[in-house]
Structures are given as structure tokens and as C-alpha cells.
Write a protein that binds this ligand. Structure first.
Ligand code: NOJ
Ligand code: NOJ
Length: 484
């Protein structure tokens, strides 16, 4: 069904469906499964007839009624989770139709010159957002943004992989759908290959320079591109991708700061905001999550288990815990459930969801911390051992204090140790604590906007932010895998 309806109608439908069950209370599993349904509906209703995916139905203060390449790619990927989890043939066909519309719309945007550049130079692809009729945005904006094409390449390549594994989905796409996907992905991959060194604006659309988030997405896109062309027996092109993979990998190493003990979000700043003095940013965690999907568990650097990612996660937790008064609330009323802190974009943030005053915690950043814990649990269990280093010590000490005897810091824990099961359980519990934080500040019907107020906890910023829902869907998926 391709509904043009937005927000409220589906909210009503959801309330109907979940009658007798209160989204605010009860076990977190129940919340997750109700929210996964809600997220599915909201992502669908934020996709328009022509395939465009709006960032939010809000058209005024703020106006988010645009198709952002980044938000849309992340949403399309999350939207296909039910297919990955084995939806019925009929539902699978509906999702394939949605994917085709998304691809159609994407191709339309790719074919136009934009303020980011010409079609021939491929620079046009760096344009961050499009009107819902497919025209590139033509007002002043932080452009280009280079993460979008890399993320879309990853989404489309995953979609093509899915078609190989799932006959119903393949049938729904048809050979024309596959051809369309290949055409879209070819341009995005080419853009990443040729342009990854160019300065760009970050995912928050504020700072110009080289960004960890963008670079890691590019790295993964190049790896996936090399694989794609190898499978197509196009060895020459595949080799070009391989060469750039090595170069990007070396470049990524620059972002770790041994002095500060975390990954820096931006290097080589050449424009935009200049007050991000800490250079600490939750986009580093988003990077590990968004990129790691491609080669689950095989991400050789900066995946969820990398001790530099975990060091950064710990710094973020500590920083935001201190900055946002709302994090002093540790418990949900009448329940013993512990709330982990609400997480924002970066400590110095001034964007309040409409204009510039002071920053607030974001649902999608808080869900990212949740998902990270589930992924760590799942990957550790698959691996069977954990080396505790100087870098990840503080993270694990917070999550699972019983791992350590007094004075002990570095050590190796393995599946054979008696504390192993507790470690895995503690990781999942911590992930749940961030989800509880999101639940605590969400609407009674499970609605999620972009942010929640750092003092009062009330929702603010764009209502029904598509990406907020996508972040719940992917966290839930990660949680299920961790429990398997
Ligand atoms: C709107 C952008 O979308 C947001 O990310 C940014 O913080 C503000 N403009 C301020 O530049
Ligand atoms: C502002 C965010 O900073 C940016 O990442 C996002 O793409 C847009 N809002 C649209 O959701």
C-alpha cells in the first residue's frame, strides 16, 4: 500500500492495534515489538507516492519536508528489515515495490545538476537534500555532503544481496528493478571512488572538512564496491576500488587521538562552525553502526568491538550525562528500571531543533548507544573472548564491574570464564537502559521527534522524524540477534 497519509492517521491505527497495552510501562521487549510495528508504519507513511522519503512531515519550524540522501538511505535499509526477517510473499512484494520507487526517485535526483556540481563531474551527487518532486534544493546550505552517496551505495548493494537470498524479493524487483539498482549504485560508487578526498560538510550539515563518519561510510562503500565488481568479473575496476580502500584505511587512522582518548570527528576543518572544540561526537558511534552492517563481524577497523570506538562511547556517555540535567532522572516512576543517559550530537551543539540556542539529547543518538551495546554483546559472543585494554577498560568497568577484581585493569575474558554470561547479560541490560531512556521521553503513543528537552525531557524538533524510527528498528534487530 502506498499511502500518502502522514503521521496522525497511522498513529490512530496503532493505538487501536495496541489497545490494552501501554507503551510506557511493562517489559522492554514488549515496547520494542510494539515500537518496531510503529516504526514500520511511520517509515512507510513518510515515503511518498513517487518514492521520496521525507525526513519528517513537519513543513514549518522546522521545515523537514525534503528527501535527504542520507536519511533516506538509512531509512530504506531499515525498512527492509522485515524482509530480512522472513515476511510473507505478499508483504515482501510490497517492500520490493517500495524499493523500486526509492530507486526510481534516487535515479531522478542523480540525473540533475545541483548547486554541488555538474552531472559529468559527479559532484552533483554531493547535494544533501531534494524537494519532494525530485529537484535539488537550491537555497543556501552546507554542501556538498559526501556521506549520502556512500550510504546509498551500501543500502543498494545490500538490497541486491537480499535479492540473491530471497526469491520473493527478487521476483518483486524483477530484472528491471535490478538494472535500476545497478544504475544507481554505479554512480554512487564512482563518486566515492573519485571524490572521497574532497572536503565536504559533515552529516550534521555544519562543519566543512574531513569527517570520520563520512570517511568510514566511504571506506565500507569502497570495500563493497570492490566485491561487487569482482563478482561481475570486472577485475580492472575492482582493482581501482582495492587501491582506494587501502588509502582510505590509512586515512582513517588519523582520526584516533591517543592524547584525548577518543576518535576525533573532524580533521582539516576548512569552513562552517568553529566552536566544536572537543571534537567529540556521537556520529562516531553512528559510523561504526552504519558501516559495520556490510561485512558483519568482519569490519576490520572501527567496528563496534574496536576499543577506540568503545573508548569514544564511554567519553560520550560521561560528557552527556554531565551536560543534560534531564539525565539526573535515573528511574521511570513506579519501576525499578534504570535509565541510561540521553545522548546528544556533540557537547557544544547549539541546534535546538528549530534554530540556534542550545542543544538537546537526540532520540537517534541515544538509540545508537543502545544498539552499540547489543552489537558488542552479539559480536563478543560470536568471538568467544574479550581482551580488555587500556582503551576499552572504562567502558567495560561501567557495564560489567564484576569482571574486575580490585586494582585489576587489563585482562582477557573468555567464554569459559564464569563471568562471561554476566558480561553478555550486562551489555544487553545497558542497551536496554538507553532504550528505556528513549521510551521515557517518547509520546504516549510512541511518537518520536528529533530531540527531547535537556531540562524538561519533553519532545522537541521535527515531529515524527523518520530517522528516529529507523534507529529503533535497527536497535531492535540487533537486540534480537544478541539474544539468539
Ligand atoms: C539545519 C541542519 O539540518 C542542522 O543539522 C543544523 O544543526 C542547523 N541547520 C544549524 O546549522
Ligand atoms: C538535521 C540533521 O543534522 C541531519 O543529519 C539530517 O539529515 C537532517 N536534520 C534531516 O533529518
Amino acid at each position: 500500500m502506498f499511502s500518502f497519509v502522514i503521521g496522525s492517521l497511522h498513529v490512530n491505527a496503532d493505538t487501536e492495534r495496541s489497545k490494552g497495552f501501554d507503551l510506557k510501562h511493562g517489559p522492554i521487549e514488549q515496547w520494542y515489538s510494539a515500537m518496531a510495528q510503529k516504526a514500520e508504519h511511520m517509515m512507510q507513511s513518510n515515503q511518498l507516492q513517487n518514492g521520496a522519503i521525507i525526513a519528517s512531515p513537519s513543513r514549518h519550524e522546522p521545515d523537514y519536508y525534503y528527501h535527504w540522501t542520507r536519511d533516506a538511505a538509512l531509512t530504506m535499509d531499515a525498512m527492509l528489515l522485515p524482509v530480512r526477517n522472513g515476511s510473507s510473499p505478499k508483504v515482501t512484494a510490497e517492500y520490493a515495490a517500495r524499493a523500486i520507487k526509492y530507486l526510481d526517485f534516487s535515479l531522478q535526483t542523480q540525473r540533475q545538476e545541483s548547486l554541488s556540481g555538474s552531472v559529468e563531474s559527479l559532484r552533483n551527487l554531493g547535494e544533501p537534500k531534494y524537494y519532494v518532486d525530485g529537484r535539488p534544493f537550491d537555497g543556501p546550505w552546507g554542501r556538498p555532503q559526501a556521506d549520502g552517496p556512500a550510504l546509498r551505495a551500501l543500502t543498494v548493494l545490500r538490497l541486491l544481496e537480499l535479492a540473491k537470498e530471497n526469491r520473493d524479493f527478487a521476483q518483486g524487483l524483477g530484472s528491471s528493478g535490478v538494472t535500476l539498482a545497478q544504475e544507481v549504485v554505479r554512480r554512487d560508487l564512482q563518486y566515492v571512488l573519485l571524490r572521497w578526498r574532497d572536503a565536504s560538510f559533515d552529516l550534521w550539515e555544519e562543519v566543512q572538512g574531513s569527517h570520520f563518519y563520512t570517511r568510514l561510510a566511504q571506506y565500507q562503500a569502497l570495500i563493497a564496491g570492490a566485491k561487487y565488481f569482482t563478482e561481475k568479473k570486472d577485475q580492472n575496476i575492482a582493482a581501482k576500488f582495492q587501491r582506494e580502500v587501502a588509502a582510505v584505511k590509512a586515512d582513517l587512522e588519523r582520526f584516533w587521538s591517543e592524547d584525548r582518548g577518543y576518535i576525533l570527528t573532524t580533521l582539516d576543518r576548512s569552513g562552517g562552525l568553529d566552536y566544536k572544540t572537543s571534537n567529540l561526537d556521537s556520529s562516531v558511534i553512528l559510523a561504526a553502526l552504519h558501516a559495520a552492517e556490510v561485512q558483519e563481524n568482519k569490519l576490520d577497523i572501527y567496528g563496534p568491538l574496536d576499543d577506540r570506538i568503545l573508548a569514544t562511547a564511554q567519553e560520550l556517555k560521561t560528557a552527556f550525562n554531565r551536560i543534560y540535567p534531564v539525565n539526573n532522572i535515573r528511574q521511570s516512576k513506579g519501576s525499578s528500571v534504570f535509565l541510561e543517559p540521553g545522548i546528544g550530537r556533540y557537547p557544544e551543539d547549539r541546534y535546538d531543533g528549530v534554530g540556534s540556542s542550545e542543544g538537546h539529547p537526540w532520540f537517534l543518538a541515544t538509540m545508537a548507544l543502545s544498539e552499540l551495546h547489543y552489537r558488542v554483546a552479539q559480536q563478543l559472543d560470536a568471538k568467544g573472548s574479550l581482551v580488555i585494554t587500556q582503551r576499552n577498560y572504562a567502558f567495560f568497568r561501567d557495564v560489567s564491574p564484576s569482571l574486575f577484581s580490585p586494582g585489576q585493569k587489563t585482562r582477557t575474558v573468555s567464554k569459559k570464564d564464569s563471568q562471561w554470561q554476566a558480561l553478555i547479560t550486562d551489555l544487553i541490560r545497558a542497551g536496554d537502559g538507553y532504550a528505556e531512556r528513549v521510551r521515557f521521553h517518547s509520546g504516549d503513543d510512541g511518537a518520536l521527534s528529533e530531540q527531547f528537552n535537556r531540562y524538561s525531557g519533553f519532545m522537541r524538533g521535527a515531529r515524527d522524524l523518520t530517522w528516529s524510527y529507523a534507529s529503533v528498528a535497527t536497535a531492535w534487530h540487533a537486540r534480537k540477534k544478541a539474544l539468539n
